[in-house]
Design a protein around this ligand. Structure first.
Ligand SMILES: Nc1nc2c(ncn2[C@@H]2O[C@H](COP(=O)(O)OP(=O)(O)OP(=O)(O)O)[C@@H](O)[C@H]2O)c(=O)[nH]1
Ligand SMILES: [Mg+2]
Length: 204
């Protein structure tokens, strides 16, 4: 894969501010610090496009990155981060769930889970909500470089088993933003979702 042409377009604090862009969108969502911004950068082979931080709660707004002038990558704030005010947590929740469950431009939600840990109750309830709302998603296991191969495979099989009965899951991928593992596989799932996405203007 050649490096795609990607830039930063805009950032919004509230979903109501986001324009009706005429492109399919692929969102990265997951717990705070799971590696969303890092994986987004790794996917498009850019080091500093989305802001990365070792401290959780780095991404606080919804960020749009056009890819090859044809579709958009969308970086969301993380959920499950305790050290934010009640109002800020509610804003994150409205932004994340509002986007993932209702944004009509969304071709795919990449739901990131840390491959080192069991999925949390919050992760599982998000996956359930996506199923209930007929929303297309892929589950992306992050930081695979931190595990020995056998443990990473065990986690992959556990999550695949968990999603066996699901109708809207387009794949489960083991990735590492540090080594680039799983990048080609994730790119293929994204391309398929973008191609399957009906033209935005055709939809009510
Ligand atoms: N070992 C390893 N560390 C990673 C990987 N991806 C991300 N990290 C680290 O995890 C931390 C969080 O990364 P971010 O990409 O900022 O995570 P995020 O999900 O965007 O975080 P928020 O925006 O705060 O929700 C950083 O210290 C990264 O260097 C990976 O593939 N392997
Ligand atoms: Mg981030």
């Amino acid at each position: 894969m050649n490096a795609p042409k990607v830039g930063f377009l805009a950032s919004y604090d509230w979903l109501e501010q986001v324009p009706d862009y005429p492109f399919p969108e692929v969102a990265f969502a997951g717990r705070s610090n799971v590696g969303k911004s890092s994986l987004l950068n790794a996917l498009v082979l850019q080091r500093r496009l989305a802001h990365v931080s070792a401290a959780p709660g780095r991404t606080r707004s919804i960020n749009f990155y056009p890819v090859n002038g044809a579709w958009m990558l969308v970086d969301l704030p993380g959920y499950g981060f305790a050290r934010v005010s009640k109002q800020e947590r509610q804003r994150f929740r409205d932004l994340i769930l509002g986007y993932l469950l209702h944004r009509r431009q969304m071709a795919l939600a990449c739901i990131l889970l840390d491959s080192r840990h069991e999925p949390t109750a919050g992760d599982l309830s998000l996956l359930e909500e996506l199923e209930l709302h007929y929303r297309p998603y892929a589950v992306v296991l992050t930081k695979a470089d931190t595990l020995v191969h056998a443990h990473a495979q065990e986690r992959l099989e556990q999550i695949q088993g968990l999603l066996r009965q699901c109708n809207h899951c387009m794949g489960v991928v083991l990735t590492s933003a540090h080594t680039g593992a799983g990048r080609t596989q994730l790119w293929a799932i994204i391309q398929k979702a973008v191609q399957q996405c009906k033209p935005i203007t055709d939809r009510a």
